[in-house]
Design a protein around this ligand. Structure first.
Ligand SMILES: *[C@@H]1O[C@H](CO)[C@@H](O)[C@H](O)[C@H]1NC(C)=O
Ligand SMILES: *[C@@H]1O[C@H](CO)[C@@H](O)[C@H](O)[C@H]1NC(C)=O
Ligand SMILES: *[C@@H]1O[C@H](CO)[C@@H](O)[C@H](O)[C@H]1NC(C)=O
Length: 470
């Protein structure tokens, strides 16, 4: 239906263009009210035409739910039209300014720039210079309100962080919940509700296929339709820290200037209270893609968009072919925390682990701090010096508390199994994805143990990750 309405929209746009051109040639332009009248008529035109074109008599097979969805989709189309209308108004204002400044008449301006009134372009730029779009993915949980309330509470201003909510699943109560926020956000809806045919044991993974389809579509909308330059991606089950936006704003210049980085994440996979230092300013690099509140640039999306996977996008993105040895920035203390998820994700994992992640509660003015120590060349030198300059200890020494020095220490692992054994006894995540342990950087996992910095590290002559470690 969306496609149908789009072709109608083009037709409507043409009609309007004609109307406007007529209005111009009638030189009503002088009056400021023209803009107002113009925009009001534009809206009326659209509403009436869209309604007439879409409206079909309700036949015998009429289903209440279908009608509801149609009406909701129509509502979305109208919202898009309003955006388009804003764009038109912007064009008109530009032209007016040109007339005032250059003294040229309208005909001349349109001759010089034939696209001045072009509405064909469906690019709706909500992205202003230096702004970072926030993309929230929602489905059928009305608890999305918990997340939205926090996003809107902590968002410094709308211009710097335009909020796009993308909804999959056609769940009416969730749509209503999102729409109750009015124009504080832009709602878009994944249009492809078709079933994904799967056979055998793949069937039980259908949820993951749908998530991947939604992510791919929503990211494309964000970077192409809304023309965002950078986006922060969040899911509908996240609590955020008070400095969530400040964290991303502060790290934005670092992400843009260091080609060996490809994401900034708000999440520490080993962020349990006992495993982190009580220092909210502390930031690290990691070879492990953490997700759970993360920022990426359009350039990276352009790389990924054509090969986006049908399912399990987060494991896919961690593969060497996608990562290309790039790292993410992650905080010592998480800026996000999941508040529990019913659905495709594992509830047990939440109860055993995610629940204990510490969420930062102190505001750090990252955008005013000098963060250049995170650039690869600076970071790696200091990091390696710190890791391999720390005295080596055994797991037993660490656990028994018999270490006489006060500073950081290093535990060495040589095999996958020795890593897992140590990780398990210290309460760290034990798994690998494409050979990379969680929060690992150059094979090293950095954490706190009884107020002491500990590096769980491979030998100094480490040659890179072994993708057979899973
Ligand atoms: C995103 O859009 C591009 C360009 O239209 C297209 O090539 C690509 O397949 C799309 N990707 C996804 C995941 O939809
Ligand atoms: C940031 O810190 C580095 C040293 O870590 C220094 O060389 C650089 O000049 C500082 N930049 C600013 C803008 O203060
Ligand atoms: C370790 O720290 C304690 C208290 O902070 C201090 O009294 C002690 O002298 C330190 N020991 C060494 C070897 O630095």
């Amino acid at each position: 239906m969306t496609a149908k309405c789009n072709s109608k929209t083009v037709f409507i746009a043409r009609l309007l263009k004609a109307t406007l051109n007529y209005a111009f040639s009638a030189s009503i332009m002088r009056k400021k009210t023209f803009y107002l009248i113009g925009s009001v008529s534009f809206i009326c035109w659209t509403v009436i035409l869209c309604y007439l074109f879409i409206h079909k008599p309700l036949g015998k097979g009429f289903k209440y739910n279908e009608v509801v969805i149609q009406v909701e989709n129509l509502e979305n189309e109208l919202q898009s039209q309003l955006k388009a209308n804003e764009l038109l108004l912007l064009h008109l204002k530009n032209i007016k300014k040109q007339i005032q400044e250059t003294g040229k008449d309208l005909k001349k301006i349109l001759e010089d720039n034939p696209d001045a009134l072009d509405l064909k372009s469906d690019k709706i730029t909500i992205n202003k210079e230096d702004s970072i779009c926030v993309l929230l993915l929602a489905c059928n949980r009305i608890t999305v309100k918990r997340n939205l309330d926090q996003l809107l509470k902590y968002r410094p201003d709308e211009k710097s962080f335009p909020l796009i909510v993308s909804q999959d699943c056609n769940h009416r109560a969730t749509t209503n919940a999102i729409m109750s926020y009015g124009n504080q956000l832009t709602l878009i809806r994944q249009p492809d509700m078709s079933d994904i045919p799967l056979v055998g044991r793949e069937k039980k993974f259908k949820g993951y296929y749908k998530i991947s389809r939604h992510y791919g579509w929503a990211l494309n909308q964000t970077f192409h339709k809304f023309n965002c330059d950078t986006a922060i991606i969040v899911e509908d089950d996240l609590d955020i820290a008070p400095d969530f936006f400040e964290y991303f704003r502060g790290l934005y210049p670092i992400l843009k200037s260091d080609p060996t980085l490809w994401c900034v994440s708000a999440w520490n996979d080993n962020g349990k209270e006992a495993l982190v230092a009580n220092d909210p300013t502390l930031l690290h690099r990691t070879d492990f893609f953490p997700g759970l509140g993360w920022m990426l640039t359009k350039d990276i999306w352009l790389e990924l968009q054509t090969k986006w996977p049908k399912a399990f996008w987060d494991d896919w993105i961690r593969q060497p072919a996608q990562r290309k040895e790039r790292a993410c920035i992650r905080p010592e203390i998480s800026r996000t925390k999941t508040f529990g998820k019913i659905g495709v994700s594992n509830g047990l994992f939440y109860e055993k682990h995610l629940k204990f992640i510490k969420l930062n509660d102190e505001f750090v003015p990252f955008s005013k701090r000098n963060l250049t120590h995170l650039l690869k060349d600076n970071y790696d030198v200091a990091f390696l010096k710190s890791v391999y300059g720390s005295p080596p200890v055994s797991l037993q020494q660490l656990l028994s508390g018999s270490i006489s020095t006060n500073g950081s220490v290093r535990l060495t692992y040589k095999t996958k199994d020795s890593f897992k054994k140590i990780a398990k006894s210290l309460g760290l995540m034990e798994d690998f994805k494409s050979g990379v342990p969680r929060i690992g950087y150059r094979g090293v996992v950095s954490f706190m143990h009884k107020h002491r910095r500990v590096y769980l590290a491979p030998i100094a002559e480490w040659k890179g990750y072994d993708t057979s470690w899973t």
